[in-house]
Design a binder for this molecule. Sequence first.
Ligand code: ZN
Length: 305
Amino acid sequence: MLGSRCWKASGLSALVKQVWGPLQGSLPQPQRQCSQHSCTQRGKTPALHPLWTGPVSVPEGTRQSPINIQWRDSIYDPQLGPLRVSYDAASCLYIWNTGYLFQVEFDETAKGSGISGGPLENHYRLKQFHFHWGAADEWGSEHTVDGRAHPAELHLVHWNSVKYQSYKDAVMGENGLAVIGVFLKLGAPHETLQELVDVLPEIKHKDTRVALGPFDPSRLLPACQDYWTYGGSLTTPPLTESVTWIIQKQPIEVAQSQLSAFRALLFSAPGEEEKLMVDNYRLLQPLMDRKVRASFRVAAEGTRS
Ligand SMILES: [Zn+2]
């Protein structure tokens, strides 16, 4: 069902993303198309981030993430109801630089702070949210739609608090996690995001953190509730295939200055050689034997630009 708060997809994106070079040898190759514009990235050999120096290959993996979502191949499922989102702003703890991205942590014992409905059979409690982004506006998101990337992607990570005792247990278990993905596109400044951007200078270096809160991340969700969903994995080690992905169709708008603040963070710790925190996303993974379901009528979007 398309409401007035839902809109057509944006063409503001690129076809190819920069990748961590050495990963290409150990993981399935991305099924990403190429254009003349994006091919300017092909000659680059990005440095390997330390996050990926450990075992990152999943030889038997059948449902790895992220993936490219082919709009017309996604299947409308009328059983997919709206996602119910209710977060406890007071359970927000702190924001920190993990050395790979910046992340906002929540008290995982806060009952009732989380999501249910949509494709989920249980209540999933909010644990943390974080972003992935590129060095330039043409790439940065982990998921792509019709081969096109956005400059950044927000992930809200939740764990199945009905089936598991803790987030740690849920990470390794079946139906353990549910992650909402939200694309960021360039546009007007995002007021709620600015509350995070304002503190980023305080967590410039790896392993630095500052207290944050109260903060209700539902204010980072788009107005339109339409989403795609599929079974996948974490996109950082341990890459466990425990994730129900819920990818919002509508991106949120953020200002250039807000993205610039992301890119001013550092992968490095104080005293180390400064390395800008950019291109912190994983390669696209093969869809394999999976279907992407849509909560909205796919054919109705045929006229999008
Ligand atoms: Zn993520």
